[in-house]
Design a protein around this ligand. Structure first.
Ligand code: FHN
Length: 505
């Protein structure tokens, strides 16, 4: 009994001790936590930060069933079809023998992505089923053993890079095809109780030994990818939530460093590894693990506080939750170009990138709906991309009619909810330099036609904020797509305010 009491006291002291340390701002010493406080400041990361829009491609043998088998349809994510219950594992594992995408044309995909305005792309080298779209020498379950035989990953890397689009390779840690891969035992209770040290992912020693072979295989494949495709900019990991992988904090951290050494500037998101306390994405001190936050899957943050000063991207499906090709898109709401542009601007306004997912079919075709979406986003980007690339959160507050982005002194107001009175009211920040000054709009122009916008007399609220109305001209009042007004501000003395107002009317 005494021992139990002692144990309880010790656990309580450890838990409260570490909470206290965090509350006091004390740092917990970690061997495998974040590499830095704040964001990476090198040029590769700066380039990534400025992308604004990306494309994701999920492609693999799951495109053959496309969510349907023997006349039955699965509502499951198409890329998880092996687990849908509609197909036997054996049947699924033999599908690759039929994989023959005769229409695959990496150059055409890359051109389409460039027209859409994507500045980077993420490509599934292998998803959870383990099928490799490159001829990996560490498994037979690859494209080399299909009738296709092409090095799909190689063609993608070359074609997209030639179009000026940076390539990041998606790599699933989960691999159902490898005999050594095993799902770790349930872990949540250990994490909840801060008892990660005692978490044991495997029941037997031999399971643990088998897992070593899987780790070696994973390492080999990652080294192979970096060796064979040196033009890539980053690795996009998935499936690292499994307890067995999370328990390998030291090994995974070392592997990450090895990969970074091989490929200077390599960009890796927060889904690769956990710290030694089983904390993912952010470590036990609340600092971001690796280079950008990958938690915003199909779920955009709503405020800068949620982003916590980190770099981040949001990967987004077009239907509800289908990443791979699913034949039937009538099963859920399908996002429109308008929806996706709105998400992109929301992301950009909060210092993030939006990545839109495409799922080509088994012949290598990008479906018509995706082609139409890519074209329409591209048409919009051709006029408005200034509001997307290289921008960041604005000094102006978020306002109800839309999203605001900024690059240097240029501020972009993207209007989604066009006010009924055709006046876009803009709340301006207080003057920075001299409290006696006021901020006013210096210039305003519509990106769609380059025409200057008319500004109406402003008003001031009790708190001293200035508001100005920008008039939407008649030729834009019927616009069904969002439009962008680029403005510049200036600070003038209060005494000059009346003259400024008069000049507006
Ligand atoms: O299980 C996968 C899913 O199939 C898809 O690949 C997404 C993309 O971010 N990642 C996992 C779910 O988080």
């Amino acid at each position: 009994m005494k021992r139990i009491i002692l144990f309880v006291i010790l656990v309580t002291l450890t838990v409260f001790g570490s909470l206290y340390a965090q509350q006091q701002g004390n740092t917990i010493q970690l061997k495998h936590g974040a590499y830095r406080k704040g964001v990476r400041t090198d040029s590769e990361m700066q380039r990534w930060r400025e992308h604004g829009l990306g494309q994701f491609i999920h492609w693999g043998v799951y495109a053959i069933p496309g969510g349907q088998w023997n006349g039955k349809t699965s509502t499951y994510a198409a890329e998880w079809f092996r687990s849908s219950g509609l197909i036997s594992k054996e049947e699924y594992d033999n599908l690759y023998k039929q994989f023959n995408p005769l229409n695959f044309d990496a150059k055409a995909w890359a051109k389409q992505a460039r027209h859409m305005g994507a500045r980077y792309m993420i490509f599934t080298t292998k998803h959870h089923d383990g099928f490799c779209l490159w001829p990996s020498k560490y498994t037979d379950y690859t494209i080399a053993n299909t009738p296709c035989k092409k090095d799909i990953v190689g063609e993608i890397v070359d074609a997209y890079t030639a179009e000026g689009i940076d390539v990041h390779l998606y790599f699933s840690i989960i691999d159902w095809s490898h005999p050594g891969y095993q799902v770790g035992a349930p872990k949540d209770e250990f994490l909840r109780n801060n008892d990660w040290e005692n978490y044991r992912p495997f029941k037997t020693e031999s399971d643990s030994i088998r897992y070593q072979s899987f780790k070696e295989f994973t390492r080999n494949q990652l080294i192979e990818l970096l060796t064979d495709y040196p033009k890539i900019k980053g690795l996009w990991f998935d499936g690292s939530w499994d307890g067995a992988w999370m328990k390998e904090a030291e090994w995974v951290d070392n592997l990450g460093m090895e990969l970074r050494d091989m490929h200077p500037g390599l960009i890796i998101g927060s889904r690769f590894r956990a710290d030694e306390n089983g904390k993912r994405h952010v470590d036990s001190n609340g600092d971001l693990i690796d280079d950008y936050d990958q938690r915003f899957e199909r779920n955009l943050p709503k405020s800068l506080e949620e982003v916590g000063g980190n770099d981040w991207d949001c990967v987004m499906t077009i239907p509800e939750n289908q990443w791979g090709y699913h034949r039937d898109w009538s099963l859920s709401y399908v996002k429109t170009p308008y929806d996706l542009i709105e998400m992109m601007m929301q992301a950009n306004a909060l210092n993030g990138n939006l990545v839109v997912n495409f799922g080509p079919d088994d012949k290598g075709n990008i479906r018509q709906e995706e082609t139409d979406i890519a074209r329409e986003i591209g048409n919009w980007m051709r006029v408005n991309s200034e509001a997307v690339y290289g921008v960041h959160n604005s000094t102006l507050e978020k306002q109800d009619w839309g999203y605001i982005t900024q690059r240097d002194e240029d501020i972009y107001l993207t209007v989604f909810n066009k006010p009924m009175n055709n006046l876009v009211r803009v709340k301006l920040p207080r003057a920075k330099n001299n409290k006696e000054d006021v901020t006013v709009i210096d210039k305003a122009v519509f990106l769609i036609n380059g025409e200057p916008a008319r500004i109406k007399e402003g008003l001031r609220d009790k708190a001293g904020y200035e508001y100005y109305d920008i008039v939407i001209p008649e030729n834009l009042q019927k616009q069904t797509m969002p439009f962008v007004i680029k403005i510049n501000l200036k600070e003038i003395s209060r005494g000059d305010r009346a003259a400024y107002q008069q000049a507006l009317t």
